[in-house]
Design a protein around this ligand. Structure first.
Ligand code: SF4
Ligand code: SF4
Length: 72
């Protein structure tokens, strides 16, 4: 995941809530929101390593090109 800047994207329609992605995040950027039973993402902590994307069995977690106006 180098070169062009990317940001994480999540498609809830494909998510099985297995939380394998959060288990793979070593930075605490992706965690479980237990109250809502969903994911919480903190872009400030994300190093864009791609581990969560590789851990996702359904393709719900994926990468999209970051728009020029978006801040890292
Ligand atoms: S890309 Fe890496 S740092 Fe960012 S949320 Fe996924 S596993 Fe965590
Ligand atoms: S690994 Fe994929 S299917 Fe599992 S909780 Fe994360 S986004 Fe959803």
């Amino acid at each position: 995941m180098s070169g062009r800047r990317i940001r994480l994207a999540w498609n809830p329609d494909y998510c099985r809530h297995c939380f394998g992605c959060t288990a793979m995040c070593q930075r605490g950027a992706l965690t479980v929101d237990h109250e809502r039973g969903t994911l919480r993402y903190d872009i400030r902590l994300c190093i864009r390593c791609g581990s969560c994307i590789r851990a996702c069995p359904t393709g719900a977690m994926h990468a999209e090109a970051e728009q020029p106006s978006e801040n890292a």
